[in-house]
Design a protein around this ligand. Structure first.
Ligand code: ADP
Ligand code: TYD
Length: 204
């Protein structure tokens, strides 16, 4: 089973992905916990190119190519082999992030994202957990981390508002695989909802 976590910066995706991986491992499942951009050595190199530096370092079109190149490497070397071996793959962000960040942030490039995805990736997660949160809360959590990977966080709260609305409409567009979960609560309460959604899917 292939599970992705999506949401705006600071929504709590990484925390929830980690908690879910631990719970499933405790239950005896083999789990690969991974992330995008990155997740394989080549894709982690691309991650540094796209997440560090000035917000205008790359055009949206160039970013679509870079994120898709990273995803293709990650898919070939990590995700597909793990799924073929019967493992559960939990991925912190996947193609829905490109649909939002590159598809919406600087004009409407969604069709280009979808075309390249169809050509080079051609796969969606079985289940996508959208952690939904107010951008002001997400941004203050994300800024609290003090890292160097801030290109997208530096686009500001206006962009995050647009991303939140975009993710919610994506959840409607791909309703069968999406579960929307309220992220403005204690981590344990969110984790319980995530686990319920995953167990329902694992049993179906
Ligand atoms: P994301 O991966 O979506 O950017 P993280 O899981 O890294 O989010 O969380 C961002 C910050 O918020 C981290 O410092 C994390 O410890 C904190 N955090 C995560 N979940 C919660 C929560 N439910 N309530 C309060 N703080 C949280
Ligand atoms: P991530 O490490 O998940 O950041 P955060 O923990 O702050 O949510 O992702 C880093 C940034 O990369 C994030 O701002 C979203 C952006 N991103 C894209 O723009 N396109 C993509 O396809 C992916 C996977 C991420």
């Amino acid at each position: 089973m292939f599970i992705s976590f999506e949401g705006i910066d600071g929504s709590g995706k990484s925390t929830q992905a980690r908690m879910l991986a631990e719970t499933l491992r405790d239950a005896g499942r083999e789990v690969v916990l991974t992330r995008e951009p990155g997740g394989s050595p080549g894709a982690e190199e691309i991650r540094r190119l796209v997440l560090e530096g000035d917000p205008d370092r790359w055009s949206a079109e160039t970013e679509i190519l870079l994120f898709t190149a990273a995803r293709r490497d990650h898919l070939e070397r990590v995700i597909e082999p793990a799924l073929a071996a019967g493992k559960v793959v939990i991925c912190d962000r996947f193609a829905d992030s490109t649909r939002m960040y590159q598809g919406l942030s600087r004009g409407d490039l969604r069709a280009v994202v979808d075309q390249l995805h169809a050509l080079m990736i051609g796969r969606e997660p079985d289940l996508t957990v959208l952690i939904d949160i107010d951008p002001a809360v997400g941004l203050s959590r994300a800024k609290g981390r003090q890292g160097t990977e801030e290109r997208f966080e530096d686009f500001g709260v206006g962009l995050q508002e647009k991303m939140r609305a975009g993710f919610l409409s994506l959840a409607e567009e791909f309703a069968p695989r999406f579960r929307v979960i309220d992220g403005a609560r204690e981590a344990d309460a969110i984790a319980a909802d995530v686990l319920r959604a995953v167990q329902a899917e694992l049993q179906s």
